[in-house]
Ligand binder design. Structure first.
Ligand code: ATP
Ligand code: MG
Length: 246
C-alpha cells in the first residue's frame, strides 16, 4: 500500500484553484489539493467551513465550474454524478441517505442498480462486502431504519463498497456515534481499505478519528486551505488548533 506524498505519478484526484458555491454564496474559494492513489486524506474544519460542499462537488451533486477538478486525468466538470459514481467516485453523505423501510440487503443491492449489473454480479459483490463487514451478513434481513446510528453507518459503508469505489468520500462517518461504534467504524474502514484497495477522503469533526485514519490532512477555513501536513505529525499540535479556529 502506498503511503504519504512521495512521487507516485499522476494523482487520482487533483483540484486547482477550485471554486464552489451556491448561487452568490461562495464557499470554496480557490482550493488546491491532490489525492494520490492509495492515499488517505483527512479534511477538518469548523461548522460551515465547506467540507460537505467540497465532497458534494467532487461527487458531482453540485456544480463546480471555476478552476480544475481532474480524476484519473479527466476533467470532472462536465461529468454527471452517475458517471462519476460508475467510475468509482462514491460518497457516503453526512446524513447517510439509506432507505429506512428497506432491509440491509436491499439497501446494499440498490447501490448497484444504477450500474446495471447482472444479478449474479450483484450476488458476488454482496458476498464480498458481507465478507468484509460481517455485521451486514448478520443484519441482512433487518429493516435498516430500526438499526442504531452506528449500525446504519456500517450499512452506509457497505453500500458504498457495493459500488467498488476507487475514491471513497466520507462525510463525518462517526458524527453522533457512541464510542464503541466509533471503534467499529474505524475497524470497518481499516478492513474495507485493505480488501478494496481504497483511496479515500475522510471529513471529520472528530480530530482524533480524522488523524488516526489518514496519511495527510487539510484544514479548511474561509474556503481555502488553512493548514496541510502529515496526519501523524499533527497530533497534539497547537498549530492545528490555530488553523482550525483562525
Ligand atoms: N444548499 C445550500 N444553499 C446555500 N448555501 C448552502 C447550502 N448548503 C450549504 N450552504 C452554506 O455553505 C457553507 C458551507 O456549508 P457546508 O455544509 O459545506 O459546511 P460543513 O463544513 O460541511 O459544515 P458542518 O461541519 O456543519 O457539516 C455554509 O455557510 C452553509 O450555510
Ligand atoms: Mg458538513
Amino acid at each position: 500500500m502506498m503511503e504519504g506524498t512521495a512521487d507516485m505519478g499522476a494523482p487520482l484526484l487533483s483540484a486547482g484553484g477550485l471554486h464552489v458555491g451556491y448561487g452568490l454564496t461562495k464557499v470554496i474559494r480557490g482550493l488546491d489539493f491532490d489525492v494520490q492513489t492509495g492515499e488517505r486524506l483527512c479534511i477538518l474544519g469548523g461548522n460551515g467551513s465547506g467540507k460537505s460542499t467540497l465532497l458534494l462537488a467532487i461527487a458531482g451533486l453540485i456544480g463546480s465550474n471555476t478552476g480544475t477538478l481532474d480524476y484519473e486525468g479527466v476533467s470532472l466538470h462536465r461529468m454527471a454524478h452517475f458517471e462519476r459514481y460508475r467510475r468509482g467516485i462514491v460518497l457516503i453523505p453526512q446524513n447517510r441517505m439509506l432507505f429506512a423501510n428497506k432491509t440491509v440487503r436491499e439497501n446494499l443491492e440498490l447501490a448497484c442498480l444504477s450500474i446495471g449489473l447482472r444479478s449474479t454480479a450483484v450476488e458476488g459483490r454482496l458476498e464480498r462486502v458481507m465478507g468484509t463487514l460481517p455485521f451486514l451478513e448478520r443484519a441482512a434481513s433487518k429493516k435498516t431504519g430500526l438499526l442504531s446510528g452506528g449500525e446504519q453507518q456500517i450499512v452506509a459503508l457497505g453500500r458504498a463498497l457495493m459500488a467498488e469505489p476507487k475514491l471513497l468520500l466520507m462525510d463525518e462517518p462517526t458524527a453522533g456515534l457512541a464510542p464503541i461504534w466509533i471503534d467499529q467504524m474505524e475497524e470497518g474502514l481499516k478492513v474495507a481499505r485493505r480488501e478494496f484497495d481504497l483511496t479515500y477522503i475522510l471529513v471529520e469533526q472528530n480530530v482524533r478519528v480524522g488523524l488516526a485514519n489518514t496519511d495527510r490532512l487539510i484544514v479548511l477555513r474561509n474556503g481555502v486551505v488553512a493548514l496541510t501536513g502529515e496526519s501523524k505529525s499533527m497530533r497534539n499540535e497547537s498549530e492545528l488548533f490555530k488553523a482550525y479556529l483562525g
